[in-house]
Design a protein around this ligand. Structure first.
Ligand code: PLP
Length: 415
C-alpha cells in the first residue's frame, strides 16, 4: 500500500484514516472500484475491521486496565463488526431482542451482555431473562413486569437500575439523561425502588447511568463521569445490597464537521483512572464499565455512492448520486442535527486531483432533504465517479429509512 508523498493535506482529520494509491482511495488494500465489483453494485458501506481493532486497542492502552469496555451494538449491528468487537472488548450492550441474538451468537457470556432501552416488549424480556443477560431497567413498571416474568419462569432475572441523573452532560450532541426523559428511573425515585428490591424476585447487580452521545468536549465528559460516580456512590448508600456493576455509559464523540478535532483521550483516561480507584474503595465489589458505540466504529466506515447525473441550476452545480438519506440519514443532516453541516466527502477515484469546484451532492429522492453535501469543494466529477462519505461506520446504515422511495438497499461490506 503506497501513499502519495505530495498529496494535499486532507480537509478533515477523519480523512487520514484511509490510504491512497494514485487517484484511488484504498480500503483494506483495495480500490473502491474493486469493492463495488465485490458488492455487485453501488451504493455500499464498507467497514474496515483492522481500523476497528486499532481503535479498540488504542482505547485499551489509554484507559485504566480495570475498567471494562463494552460495545453498544446499535451503533453498528453488522454481525462481523460485532464479532470483531466481541473479541476486542469485555462485553456488549444491546437494545432489542434481535441485537441480543447477534450478541449471543458471538459467544459472549450472558453475564457480559446488558440490555437497555425503554419499552422492552414481552419478547425482548423473555429472551433477556431466559438468556441471563443484565437487564437495564428503564421504569418501575418495567421492573414489575421483569419480576413477574421471573416468578413465572422460576429464575431470578439479573437487573441493573438505569438512573436518569439529576445533572446534565454539557456539550452533548444528543442528551440521554437529566430533566424529564423516557430513559431510566429519576434519580430521586431510585432510593424507593432500591428499598423494594428484596421483594422483587430479581438479582440486583448495580446501576447504569448514561448522560448523552457525540461529545467532543473532554472537560464536559470528565465532569459528567465524576458526577455519575458521585451519584452511584450516594445511591449505593441507600441499600444494603452490594453494587457489583456500575455502567457509566458511552458518548465519546468523533469529529464530523469542519473545525471539529479528535477528542483528546489523555484527560479522560486520567480522570477515569482516578474514578476507578475511588470505586475500588467506595464500591469495592463493583465492576466499572464504559459502553461505547460511535467512538469504536464511526471512523472505520465509509459510504460510497455513484454520480448518476451532473446538472446546473441557476448557477449552481448538482452531482445527483444513487445514494442519499434513505441509506445515510445522518449525513443528510436529518438525524438529530440542529443546523445541517456536511460530513467529510471526497471523490474516491480522483483523490489526487485538486478541489476546483463548489458543488451540491444530492441523492435520488424527491425531497429537498436529500442532501449529502451542500456547497462543498470537490474535484470535477462526472457520472460514474464515486462519492465517498467518511465517518460512516456508526449510526449510518442501520439508522436510515431504507424503504423510503423503494430504491435498492445498500450493500454492506466488511474488509
Ligand atoms: C446508544 C447507547 C450507547 C452508545 O452511545 P455512543 O454515543 O454511541 O457511545 C451507550 N449506552 C446506551 C444505553 C445507549 O443507548
Amino acid at each position: 500500500m503506497t501513499t502519495d508523498s505530495n498529496q494535499d493535506i486532507p480537509a478533515h482529520a477523519a480523512m487520514n484514516q484511509f490510504a491512497r494509491r494514485g487517484q484511488d482511495l484504498i480500503v483494506g488494500g483495495t480500490t473502491l472500484e474493486e469493492l463495488a465489483a465485490r458488492a455487485g453494485r453501488t451504493p455500499f458501506f464498507v467497514y474496515d475491521t483492522q481500523l476497528i481493532e486499532q481503535r479498540a486497542s488504542a482505547l485499551r492502552a489509554a484507559l485504566p486496565p480495570t475498567l471494562h469496555l463494552h460495545f453498544a451494538i446499535k451503533a453498528n449491528p453488522h454481525p462481523q463488526v460485532v464479532n470483531t468487537l466481541a473479541q476486542s472488548t469485555d462485553g456488549l450492550d444491546v437494545a432489542s431482542a434481535a441485537e441480543l441474538r447477534i450478541a449471543l451468537a458471538t459467544g459472549t457470556p450472558a453475564a457480559s451482555i446488558s440490555f437497555a432501552g425503554p419499552g422492552k416488549s414481552r419478547e425482548d424480556l423473555e429472551l433477556a431473562v431466559a438468556s441471563g443477560v443484565i437487564i437495564n431497567v428503564e421504569s418501575e413498571t418495567e421492573l414489575a413486569r421483569i419480576s413477574s416474568l421471573g416468578r413465572a419462569t422460576g429464575v431470578r432475572p439479573k437487573i441493573a437500575l438505569r438512573v436518569n441523573p439529576d445533572f446534565e452532560l454539557k456539550s452533548a450532541g444528543m442528551k440521554m439523561g437529566s430533566g424529564a426523559k423516557p430513559f431510566g428511573i429519576d434519580a430521586e425515585r431510585v432510593p424507593v425502588v432500591l428499598h423494594s428490591l428484596p421483594d422483587a424476585h430479581v438479582d440486583f447487580v448495580g446501576l447504569h447511568i448514561f448522560c448523552g452521545s457525540q461529545n467532543l468536549n473532554a472537560d464536559a465528559i470528565c465532569e459528567a463521569q465524576v458526577k455519575t460516580v458521585d451519584l452511584a456512590i450516594a445511591l449505593a448508600g441507600q441499600t444494603p445490597l452490594p453494587l457489583r456493576w456500575l455502567n457509566i455509559g458511552g458518548g465519546l464523540g468523533v469529529p464530523y464537521f469542519p473545525g471539529e478535532q479528535h477528542l483528546p483521550l489523555a484527560p479522560i483516561a486520567r480522570n477515569l483512572t482516578h474514578l476507578v480507584e475511588r470505586c475500588a474503595t467506595e464500591l469495592p465489589r463493583a465492576q466499572v464499565v464504559m459502553e461505547l458505540g460511535r467512538y469504536l466504529t464511526a471512523e472505520a466506515g465509509l459510504y460510497v455512492c455513484e454520480v448518476i447525473d451532473r446538472k446546473e441550476s441557476r448557477g449552481e452545480t448538482f452531482l445527483v448520486t444513487n445514494g442519499g438519506l434513505h441509506h445515510h440519514l445522518a449525513a443528510s443532516g436529518n438525524f438529530g442535527q440542529v443546523i445541517r453541516k456536511n460530513y467529510p466527502l471526497a471523490v474516491g477515484n480522483r483523490m489526487a486531483e485538486p478541489a476546483t469546484e463548489i458543488v451540491n451532492v444530492v441523492g435520488p429522492l424527491c425531497t429537498p432533504l436529500d442532501i449529502l453535501g451542500s456547497r462543498v469543494a470537490l474535484p470535477h466529477a462526472e457520472p460514474g465517479d464515486l462519492i465517498v462519505v467518511y465517518q460512516s461506520g456508526a449510526y449510518a446504515c442501520s439508522a436510515s429509512p431504507h424503504q423510503f422511495l423503494s430504491h435498492p438497499s445498500p450493500v454492506e461490506l466488511v474488509v
